[in-house]
Ligand binder design. Structure first.
Ligand SMILES: [Ca+2]
Ligand SMILES: [Ca+2]
Ligand SMILES: [Ca+2]
Ligand SMILES: [Ca+2]
Length: 606
């Protein structure tokens, strides 16, 4: 799939008028056709789904009538299964890398959509892409903390929380009544006229467009099961109907209680949305999640900072692994949602490691999915022992809770055995160790058949941020081949902020996506920027969101920023409320063309 925007085509031209003239000439035909039939690229299935689930939308109804589609009847489960069987295999696709759902199939990076979402939500907490309408183009699932009242922030009330919290005694509906998940249907080759702030002019663009269909995500649960601090979104088909489902892990919030030596957290369940025969996604924790640690009506509460999807037990269905930052003895637990084959999940303990991030991949190439694990750094623990103590450590040199490395699968979905440990501390340029790994991902970056590891690092309380790339050198062993520091953080401990989210903190990568963005056969990396990035405005720290590590050969990278001229990813052409609407008519284009011709002629005559 080639996504070529006209902006890209005409970028090299220094003459704005000439550029626009070329653009207009190129665009006349496609714009005219779009103006007459903007649904042409939408499948019958999509039109029916939207017509059925949004009966008030007259345009969907009209289009389904025009096509003679019978969308009115409730679709039964059996008819969906047979319909699915015609087009896709019922057997689930096993999420071995690279088919993890984290790979960007198209060279799109949704800046415009994220900006749109940032105006609606308090924080952008990540996105995932998967094709849900079966047109071959990945659609977008966005996670963001809703703007709600009643939240307490560490910056305002450090005596209550390090980060942000909902005070259960405040009476505020902080256990959100607003949704965290938004879904956008992506279509390609849509032509729009949009305002370009840099050029201070309207430009015409052809490329992907995003249409919001979040009304398809349904959460009928009581407030007790709403998200509180959702930290990541992952999509894969859990129930085998060929439509991606949605999993959101919730790390919940940390509250200090007077008189207690450490913070307590109320804890919330993860969110589990399953695709339904009527085309919606329904939050299904109550009906579809049971097992160890799952309390009836409350789901699994394990402070799951990270999650990864894949077939951990080799039975052909997609399971879920979550990290847990709940202390158990001197260490913690890894929990697994084990798929029963039909989307019913039975939770069990599947490892004994405390920490933050998990990413599945067959690290040792023995056919089962292992975990690349992100936790805290021993050196940082020791550096901050005077402030934080050494909780969880048996001795100064023996801190089992502080682990960054590989957890090996025993073939049955148990991750008790440690493999390679990333041994050397990652130090900031100020000589202070990075504390935590808030994102880890895996891909075969050098094409030698084994999975390499990419990690994000932050200092204590998210001060400073860096990335490392670890090359798999065989037998599941690694060496660091690259360290890129985005923000160095405070120069000394006494300059450190007291909580997360303070000005200057929060410059970090919270997720990676991979793809071949310049079609040279090499795997490139794009970094999803921190959710706190907006707090960094006005600081000299480098903006990380959308930074591309463009491979130039075996494990060598050019770092490309979103405003560089050779930036390889395409933004959405437009984000539209409900359905794409043509913004320009044939007459508009002809008028504009005439105006440019006149301006150009005047310029040449000067
Ligand atoms: Ca599904
Ligand atoms: Ca499985
Ligand atoms: Ca393995
Ligand atoms: Ca490799």
């Amino acid at each position: 799939m080639l996504f070529l925007s006209v902006q890209t085509l005409i970028k090299p031209s220094k003459t704005r008028h000439l550029r626009n003239l070329i653009a207009l000439c190129v665009l006349l035909t496609p714009m005219y056709s779009i103006a007459n039939d903007h649904f042409s690229s939408w499948s019958d299935k999509t039109i029916c789904r939207l017509a059925k689930t949004t009966p008030a939308n007259t345009e969907y109804q009209a289009e389904s009538s025009k096509r003679g589609l019978n969308c009115g009847e409730a679709v039964t489960s059996s008819s969906v299964v047979s319909d699915t069987a015609k087009t896709t295999s019922i057997k689930l696709k096993v999420a071995m890398k690279p088919d993890s759902g984290d790979w960007l199939k198209e060279s799109i990076y949704p800046f415009r959509l994220k900006a749109e979402m940032l105006s609606r939500v308090q924080t952008n907490n990540g996105f995932a892409m998967a094709d849900f309408d079966g047109d071959g183009i990945d659609d977008l699932f966005h996670l963001g903390m809703p703007a709600v009242s009643g939240l307490i922030y560490g910056g305002d009330s450090p005596e209550i929380t390090n980060s942000s919290a909902c005070d259960p005694n405040s009476g505020h509906p902080c256990f959100h009544s607003k949704p965290w998940v938004a879904v956008f249907l992506i279509k390609n080759d849509v032509t729009y006229r949009i305002w370009d702030g840099k050029k201070q002019d309207w430009v015409i663009t052809t490329g992907p467009s995003a249409t919001e269909v979040s009304e398809l995500v349904i959460d009928d649960n009581s407030i007790e099961l709403k998200a509180q601090e959702a930290n990541g979104i992952r999509v894969s088909d859990f129930n085998g109907d060929g439509v991606p489902d949605i999993f959101v892990n919730d790390v919940s919030m940390q509250i200090k209680v007077p008189g207690k030596t450490h913070a307590v957290r109320p804890g919330k369940n993860d969110l589990y949305f399953l695709s339904q025969p009527d085309g919606t996604w329904l939050e299904s924790t109550m009906t579809h999640v049971t097992g160890t640690g799952v309390r009836k009506g409350k789901g699994l509460i394990k402070f799951t900072h990270g999650a990864s999807l894949g077939d951990i037990d080799g039975d052909g269905d997609i399971d879920i692994v979550v990290s847990s930052s709940k202390w158990v003895g001197n260490n913690g637990e890894v929990m697994c949602y084990v798929n029963q084959g039909d989307g019913y999940m039975k939770v069990r303990k599947c490892g004994n490691q405390w920490g933050f991030e998990v990413e599945l991949g067959d690290i040792d190439n023995d056919g089962d999915l292992d975990i690349a694990f992100g936790g805290t750094s021993k050196k940082a623990k020791q550096e901050w022992a005077d402030v934080d103590g050494m909780a969880g450590c048996i001795s100064y040199n023996n801190c089992p809770r502080n682990y960054n490395g590989i957890l090996l699968n025993d073939g049955k979905g148990n991750f008790n055995k440690r493999g390679f440990e990333f041994s050397s501390p990652v130090d900031s340029s100020n000589g202070i160790a990075y504390n935590t790994v808030p994102a880890v991902s895996v891909a075969d970056l050098d094409g030698d058949g084994d999975l390499d590891v990419v990690r994000s690092h932050v200092g204590r309380l998210y001060h400073g941020g860096a990335l490392t790339i670890e090359e798999n050198i065989g037998n599941g062993k690694f060496r660091t081949i690259m360290l890129d520091e985005m923000c160095d953080g405070p120069k000394k401990k006494s300059d450190w902020g007291l909580h997360e989210g303070v000005a200057g903190a929060g410059c970090f990568i919270n997720g990676f996506k991979f793809g071949d963005f310049n079609k040279d056969g090499l795997v490139d990396i794009v970094a999803n920027g921190s959710q706190l990035l907006k707090y960094n405005q006005g600081y000299s720290q480098r903006v990380v969101d959308g930074t591309v590590y463009l491979s130039t050969g075996k494990l060598k990278y050019d770092t490309v920023y979103p405003d560089d001229t050779n930036y390889p990813l395409v933004d959405f052409g437009a984000v539209v409320g409900t359905i794409p609407k043509e913004n320009a008519t044939q007459q508009d284009i002809e008028d504009e063309l005439a105006a440019f011709e006149a301006e150009l002629a005047a310029e040449l005559n000067q």
